[in-house]
Design a protein around this ligand. Structure first.
Ligand code: HGY
Ligand code: MN
Ligand code: MN
Length: 437
């Protein structure tokens, strides 16, 4: 009888250790969603903005009141640490910046899931030889510079890039960083030394329809798409829309239109079948008056593919096509790459731990690629990385009505907690044994 009780209480203790606190996770998601929220219009919380800095202050105060260390790096990444400062760490995180009018979970879920893990490790007094860090990477959504925080951490950027980065209204990143109290010129201090991060696991909503359509609660990511953004400016000559004959015009929009049509067709024909994407999400026509011939057209093209070689070819071909279209309509065209993220494969060692964690929590799972970009694809260049997805209602994201039912959010967080525990308790995740990737 006595020994049965002991077994039961040991099991209960084990269960307790391996579960997040669901009410706390749900409450924290609701509070974080309130920063930058306009009812009916979603959340607009770009990096370094007032609402972003309010969210940062709240995250810090939450962490500190839980007895955890919270600190920022030079570029504005926020870390919350369980364990000694001088030890290497296992890391989990995501971002809390949003697209304009975004939803409550893209990024926020991964940050709050990771903080919940840190709190559980502290509460259960997990006795790990290495530390755990929850990370909120700044500027993942790229108002000024896509994936700024994780790239700075991975040593993938230069001061020139920070100096040049502007948002769509022309506001410089440098000013935004400084006004939020950060030091762009000290960006190199954000770089982590090799071996400092032993493994990285990112929890995220899927942002697509696959898990929901298959009725599966957990996706384990095997690879993440790469992405490039190229800005083109077509320049011609304005004039009277009634008097200048069609064949004498230098209409910037006409050239841009032919470019968009042709580049889209070429990318779809030559990219990886079924996996390539191209989007022209920004088109600005100037001067923008019905009776004036457009003399300037700015176009931003995004291309995504899982093959680096394909991405390189598609960018070159698109730029060449822009020049051909410009010549045809006697326009000038300039092009510049605004941002680039390499495709990445997730580490099989980390993925194996996530799989084990899914089994330990009785969660059905599938292995799947990610067509969205994530901080994990950057961190994968310096540490073994993996990702956990949960279903998105209707596959909707980057919209105010993005949604995931809480039962999935809780389950995903439990898979994350168990993955982290399995990694922390596995002596093979050791600084001296680097991964296979
Ligand atoms: O655009 C993306 O894929 C990501 O959500 N930033
Ligand atoms: Mn996003
Ligand atoms: Mn995201």
């Amino acid at each position: 009888m006595g020994s049965n009780n002991r077994v039961m209480s040991e099991n209960a203790e084990f269960e307790r250790q391996c579960k997040v606190n669901p009410e706390r996770l749900q409450d924290s998601l609701e509070v974080l969603a309130s920063f930058g929220m306009v009812p009916g219009k979603g959340i607009t919380r770009p990096s370094f903005s007032r609402s972003y800095e309010q969210a940062r202050a709240w995250l810090k105060s939450e962490a500190e009141s839980a007895g955890l260390l919270a600190y920022d790096d030079a570029v504005g990444n926020l870390f919350i640490r369980y364990g000694d400062r001088d030890r290497p760490c296992v890391m989990s995180g995501s971002h809390v910046d949003t697209v304009p009018g975004g939803g409550p979970f893209d990024g926020a879920y991964g940050v709050l899931g990771a903080i919940e893990v840190a709190r559980r490790l502290k509460e259960t007094k997990e006795n790990a030889t290495v530390a755990f860090e929850a990370a909120a990477f700044v500027e993942e959504e790229g108002r000024y510079y896509d994936l700024l925080g994780s790239k700075a951490l991975a040593g993938q950027m230069s001061l020139e890039e920070i100096e040049e980065a502007r948002d769509s209204s022309g506001a410089p990143l440098m000013e935004a960083m400084k006004s939020a109290g950060f030091s762009p010129e000290r960006f190199a201090e954000a770089k982590r030394e090799s071996g400092d991060i032993l493994a990285y696991v990112e929890l995220h909503i899927e942002q697509g329809p696959v898990l929901e359509s298959k009725n599966i609660p957990i996706g384990i990511v095997d690879e993440i798409t790469g992405g490039r953004q190229i800005e083109y400016v077509f320049a011609g000559e304005s004039g009277h829309a009634g008097t200048v004959p069609m064949d004498l015009r230098r209409d910037a929009f006409t050239g841009a239109l032919e470019f968009i049509h042709g580049a889209r067709a070429h990318v779809l024909e030559t990219g990886t079948p079924g996996r390539v994407r191209t989007t022209f999400g920004t088109v600005e026509v100037s001067p923008g008056f019905p009776s004036r011939i457009p003399d300037r057209c700015l176009v931003i093209q995004e291309i995504r593919d899982f093959s680096q070689q394909k991405l390189d070819e598609l960018v070159s071909a698109s730029v060449a096509h822009a020049q051909t279209c410009a010549r045809k309509y006697r326009l000038d065209v300039s092009s510049r790459e605004i941002c680039a993220a390499s495709p990445a494969r997730m580490s099989s060692r980390v993925t194996a731990k996530i799989r084990e964690a899914a089994q330990a929590t009785d969660s059905d799972f599938i292995t799947m690629p990610s067509g969205a970009g994530h901080d994990a694809q950057v961190i994968a260049s310096i540490a073994p990385a993996g990702m956990i997805f949960v279903p998105s209602k209707g596959g909707i994201s980057h919209r105010h009505d993005e949604w995931t039912d809480f039962e999935f959010l809780e389950r995903g967080a439990n898979v994350l907690l168990n993955s982290i525990l399995l990694i922390l308790r596995d002596s093979n995740f050791d600084p001296t044994i680097q991964s296979e990737f």
